[in-house]
Each structure stands twice: as structure tokens, then as C-alpha cells.
Ligand binder design. Structure first.
Ligand code: NAP
Length: 274
């Protein structure tokens, strides 16, 4: 079993827990009896969520405010994974998008995107793999990681080029490590949502979610539930929802020469080119 049974010493560290999919994932874990260690920049939002989880489940949640784009702050979170033997799970949900053509984008914003979506996720995954595998070998206690990717991982996307490429990294890295971990007692699951109602659109300064047909936009609680179920079962990957599964399938299989002009037009209409 990839996630040990719930209990006071089965702590799951959740990044991006101040909002959206990360916050809903903490709620889904708490509903299963897992105490959580909540990480993001906005300490007030984390403290509010910790209080809510305490009221609803009686579990004690811990709060660690950190800017994952910052090297020192990221090292602090990495140390928690190495030092705290109660941590049996890691959810990498922190992430954001930058909308618009690369030529029109602020280079610092793109740098921040890569730091959070790629560097932090990679750093924390590597630390958790090391800590969990070592402990699994010495005590037999399993561990599980959930990395939040996106259906944008499955094809290049003009208009959100850096974001889609960051998620292609997450998808490729995470699926490869899942395979490497076979037989270790540790699993890594990738969650690839489509459009989901969260704080993401505001952070990415896009109105694409308002323009999208309603049936294509999912709820964060449903996405989180699918992610936690797949994590608990140790599955390689999950794409929640039929529309998103079709998008992932066609993104993977359509030749780039056909796909790129179409998605370029679609992103233009969608507002992705800013
Ligand atoms: N919503 C969608 O349509 C969608 C679709 C596919 C994938 N995703 C992915 O889902 C994940 C969660 O996003 P969401 O949709 O839930 O958006 P959200 O509501 O905006 O949540 C993003 C989370 O990331 C945290 N974060 C951002 N920058 C950070 C930094 N520098 N340091 C630490 N934490 C940081 C934010 O916390 P603070 O601001 O408090 O730091 C927040 O908790 C992301 O990886 C996103 O790429 C979203």
C-alpha cells in the first residue's frame, strides 16, 4: 500500500495549499484521516485552512509559509522532508501560468514560473524519493508522492509556451520516476487536470476560463478527489474527466505539423496570446 494507513504520524506535506487544487487536496486527505503540513506563501490562508480542517476532522494541521521560487525557502521545505519521519506523503500542487507570447512576456515572470512549476517540484520530489525510499528500506513503511501536471503537458501550446513546457517536464519526469520506483514501497502519481475553477485564471491574468464552454471547466474538489484516490492506490497517472482524457489523447497522438497551427488559432481565439 503506497500511503500508510492514516494516523497522527502519517503526515502529508501539501504545497500550493492556500488555494484551489492544493487546498482541496488537503481537504480530501483530511477527510481520509491524514494530518497535513500546509505550504504556500500566504500564511493567513494556510492558517485559516488548518483551523477549518481542525474543526471538521479534529486533526492538527501544520503551516509552513514559503516562497518556493526562493532558493533558501525551498531548501527549508526540502529539509522538512529529510528530517521529519512523520511525513509519509508529498503533494506538489504549487504552480501558476503566464499568459501571452514569450516575446510579450516579462522574463522575470517566466523565470518565476520555471522556478515554482519545475525547479521546486523537481527538488521536493527528489528529496521525498530519497527520504521515503530510505525509510521504506529500513522500516518497511511506504510513502507516496502526487505531482500536479496538466493536460497542457501533452502538446506544445503557443500562447502559454513556458507553462505547457513546464507541465511537459512534470509529466515526463514523474511518469519516469514512477517506473523507477517499482518494488520500493514508494509511488509517484501524476495528476493532469484540464481547466479547473480555482485562483489560477486570476494569477495567469486570463479570461479563457470565462470563454470556455461550461462543461469543459471542472471543480477543484473533484480534481483533488481523483488525485488523492490515485495517489492512495499508487497509480502512475490520472487525467480526471472524459473531455480532458480526449484532449490528452489527441495532444499526444496528433502530428505536430497538423496540431500546432490548429492550437495556435484556438489559443488566439481563447485569449491565450494576450
Ligand atoms: N486551474 C486549472 O485550470 C489547472 C489546470 C491544470 C493544472 N493546474 C495546476 O494545478 C496546480 C494548482 O493550481 P490551482 O489551479 O489550484 O491555482 P491556484 O488556486 O492559483 O493555486 C496555486 C497555488 O500555488 C501556490 N503558489 C504559487 N506560487 C508560489 C510560490 N512562489 N511559492 C509557493 N507557493 C506558490 C499558491 O499559493 P500562494 O499564492 O499563497 O503562494 C496557491 O496555493 C498548479 O500546479 C497548476 O498549474 C491548474
Amino acid at each position: 500500500m503506497p500511503l500508510p494507513p492514516p494516523g497522527p504520524d502519517s503526515l502529508v506535506l501539501v504545497t500550493g495549499a492556500s488555494s484551489g487544487i492544493g487546498a482541496e487536496t488537503a481537504r480530501a486527505l483530511a477527510a481520509r484521516g491524514y494530518p497535513t503540513l500546509l505550504v504556500a506563501r500566504r500564511e493567513d490562508a494556510l492558517t485559516d485552512l488548518a483551523a477549518e480542517l481542525g474543526r471538521r476532522t479534529g486533526l492538527t494541521s501544520e503551516v509552513h509559509a514559503a516562497d518556493l521560487a526562493d532558493d533558501e525557502a525551498r531548501a527549508g521545505v526540502r529539509d522538512l522532508l529529510h528530517r521529519d519521519d512523520r511525513i509519509v506523503g508529498l503533494v506538489n500542487a504549487a504552480g501558476f501560468g503566464v499568459t501571452g507570447r514569450v516575446v510579450d512576456s516579462d522574463p522575470e515572470a517566466l523565470d518565476g514560473l520555471i522556478r515554482v512549476n519545475v525547479l521546486a517540484l523537481h527538488d521536493l520530489s527528489v528529496a521525498a524519493v530519497d527520504a521515503f525510499v530510505r525509510r521504506s528500506r529500513s522500516t518497511g513503511r511506504p510513502g507516496a508522492i502526487l505531482n500536479v501536471s496538466s493536460i497542457t503537458a501533452f502538446q506544445p501550446l503557443p500562447g502559454v509556451a513556458s507553462y505547457a513546457a513546464s507541465k511537459a517536464f512534470v509529466q515526463s519526469f514523474s511518469e519516469a520516476v514512477h517506473t523507477e520506483l517499482a518494488g520500493t514501497g514508494v509511488t509517484l502519481t501524476t495528476l493532469s487536470p484540464g481547466l479547473t475553477r480555482t485562483g489560477f485564471a486570476d494569477a495567469a491574468e486570463t479570461d479563457a476560463f470565462d470563454r470556455a464552454p461550461g462543461f469543459t471547466v471542472g471543480e477543484a474538489a473533484d480534481v483533488a478527489e481523483a488525485g488523492v484516490a490515485a495517489m492512495a492506490a499508487g497509480h502512475r497517472s490520472v487525467v480526471p474527466g472524459l473531455v480532458n482524457q480526449l484532449s490528452a489523447f489527441s495532444g499526444r497522438l496528433t502530428p505536430r505539423s497538423v496540431l500546432l497551427p490548429v492550437v495556435h488559432q484556438a489559443m488566439d481565439w481563447f485569449g491565450g496570446r494576450g
